[in-house]
Design a protein around this ligand. Sequence first.
Ligand SMILES: [Zn+2]
Length: 119
Amino acid sequence: MCLHDDEDIWHIVICPGHEDGFQQVESEVTSKIMKFIKKSTSSTKIVQGQLEHIIFEYKDEAFPLLKERNRIELIRGLISDTIITKLQRFLSKKVTNEVVSRIIKHFHKAFRKYIWNPL
Ligand SMILES: [Zn+2]
């Protein structure tokens, strides 16, 4: 955990003290979404590792600099067009829409669970 007094969003997304927490958030969100995708569509070829790189864009080695922006957008409940476009390569429009709202929901839940614990 982080011991800084001044914990705003900008600090939390770059603080090494929260890196483990973010990793737990990311893997929990990815596995929940993967489960939902498997239930909703039998025809997709997407696998968990790909899904994780799509939702958390900076995990793709081609885009390491996106980390802060990617995290801040998710904290604010936003999903970038790039993420949506990539999801639609594997999923129907309908399933994509459902996935997008579930990403936001699960991200917020996991964020509160692993990172932001108001005491
Ligand atoms: Zn800190």
